[in-house]
Design a protein around this ligand. Structure first.
Ligand SMILES: [Ca+2]
Length: 473
């Protein structure tokens, strides 16, 4: 019998063994992803490098990242969890030789810091025990290529658990939130939503030594100037006496405390709401951090009572070219074009608004107001802003998003996004570079291409679109 042939049996055993290995590997991956999902704050490890930060805190990261952040229109601002990344073997190697060079760098940086007014004593205490942190560099290098679809991001950002914990936090700190709302004019639920996204309501504020993280990133050189500026700001914070070096901890990219302020944002906007003379955004008590976030949003023009956005229904035959951040109209004028709230009426006049289709024509549509742009000062990613806004709505007892997301869309891989950009550009629809990041130029190029082939010009980079591009070349 053929089955008893030794050759066949060897092969058969080999195949079975391989199948078992695949099953075990999958199980390990699923377990890893699950534990990451359960334990990780939504932003702790990223930073949005890709999508966010301002001079202001995470914010700050935001500014520096604004360029790339703006590009990441559809993808959510989360990097994949480390378990699914390749391990950084070469990074570890580099760190050995890197340490000597790192110490040299600190010596030179000390001169620059002292010239900026940092006292030798503060500097030396801040750098006591600081080492090159290879893990920080690995995270910085690995994040930009990983993005996730906005619906996956929102599932996690506004999960039932986050809503439940947010309502509990609002109850626990009711009087604090009320006082903050009164002083800064930012609704409690909005401040709570930022808190929920940035640190899971204080549960995951980050335990990395900020001086070590920023010094490593400044030394590493990719965006070195930006991180050196943040490092100087961190030293200024220490010099002011607001916090002891050992307590100045945060996430790997330098964002600190309950609402993840970057050091420069801290210097510009942090508040001492408790009145004890220290602006403490790191400790257990969230008062100063929450007030700082409200102050930050207020500073950038938050309008109390105005929604971030309202989910709407677009009429049949809607001109999708109007769904652009550059086009602002009063809700009444949108109403005249057939745009309705999901409940049916014309949207109330909260001010001028744009129509946003964060996942293209097949997903939900939102009428967004100025407060949307204010939240963007925290993090430029559409997904982040919608997450904060939607979570705040849910904390207030609002409704889930009605329209369904185009979950069936096969997301384009990083390589496919680049291929799409290459093909668009070759056809004369310039995406302004082939970098695999979907920004305004790529979206415009997609739209122009869609118009040219007679499909709905929603600017969405789907596999269907790539198929169309391939068909035409
Ligand atoms: Ca205080």
């Amino acid at each position: 019998m053929w089955f008893y042939e030794p050759e066949f049996r060897r092969k058969f055993a080999y195949i079975i063994l391989n199948l078992q290995v695949v099953v075990v590997l999958r199980f390990v991956l699923v377990l890893g992803a699950l534990s990451a999902f359960l334990s990780e704050p939504i932003f702790a490890n990223n930073l949005v490098v890709t999508k966010s930060v301002r001079p202001p805190a995470r914010l700050v990261v935001g500014r520096m990242q604004i360029q790339s952040l703006r590009k990441a229109a559809f993808a959510a601002p989360i990097s994949k969890h480390p378990v699914s990344r390749p391990s950084g073997g070469n990074v570890t190697q580099a760190s050995t030789s890197g340490n000597a060079r790192f110490n040299q760098w600190i010596k030179r940086f000390r001169g620059r810091a002292l010239a900026r007014g940092i006292s030798p004593n503060v500097f030396d205490r801040a750098f006591r025990g600081v080492k090159y942190n290879a893990g920080v560099v690995a995270k910085d290098r690995n994040q930009s290529e990983y993005t996730r679809q906005i619906w996956d991001y929102l599932d996690r950002a506004a999960s039932p658990v986050r809503v439940k914990n947010g309502k509990a936090a609002l109850r626990k700190y009711r009087s604090l939130f009320d006082r903050i709302e009164k002083r800064y004019g930012v609704e409690a639920e909005v401040v709570a939503a930022v808190w929920g996204l940035e640190s899971a309501y204080g549960a995951t504020r980050g335990d990395i030594n900020i001086v070590e993280a920023l010094a490593t990133l400044a030394f590493d050189g990719r965006r070195g100037k930006f991180f050196e500026q943040e490092l100087i700001a961190a030293l200024k914070i220490l010099q002011s006496g607001d916090v002891l070096p050992r307590n100045m901890t945060g996430s790997w990219a330098g964002a600190m405390g309950h609402t993840q302020f970057m050091p420069t944002s801290y210097l510009a906007y942090a508040q001492d709401f408790t009145g004890d003379g220290k602006r403490d955004i790191w400790g257990k008590d969230p008062s100063d951090a929450l007030a700082s976030t409200a102050a930050y949003l207020s500073k950038f023009g938050w309008r109390k009572g105005q929604p971030w956005g309202v989910e709407v229904k677009l009429p049949r035959g809607f001109n999708y070219a109007l769904a652009s951040r550059k086009i602002l109209k009063n809700p009444g004028d949108w109403g005249a074009l057939g745009v309705r709230s999901v409940k049916g009426g014309v949207v109330r006049n909260y001010g001028r608004a744009s129509i946003l289709l964060p996942a293209g024509a097949k997903g939900p549509a939102f009428m967004i107001f100025n407060n949307f742009a204010v939240i963007e000062r925290y993090n430029m990613a559409d997904a982040y802003v919608i997450a904060v806004g939607h979570l705040s709505d849910l904390l207030r007892g609002g409704e889930p998003i009605k329209a369904s997301w185009p979950r069936g869309y096969e997301p384009l891989s990083f390589t496919e996004k680049k291929e799409m950009q290459r093909r668009l550009t070759r056809l004369g629809f310039d995406s302004d570079g082939v970098d695999g990041i979907i920004g305004p130029n790529t979206i415009s190029a997609i739209r122009a291409f869609q118009v040219s082939v007679g499909v709905t010009p929603d600017g969405f980079p789907s596999t269907q679109l790539l198929k169309l591009l391939k068909r035409d070349q």
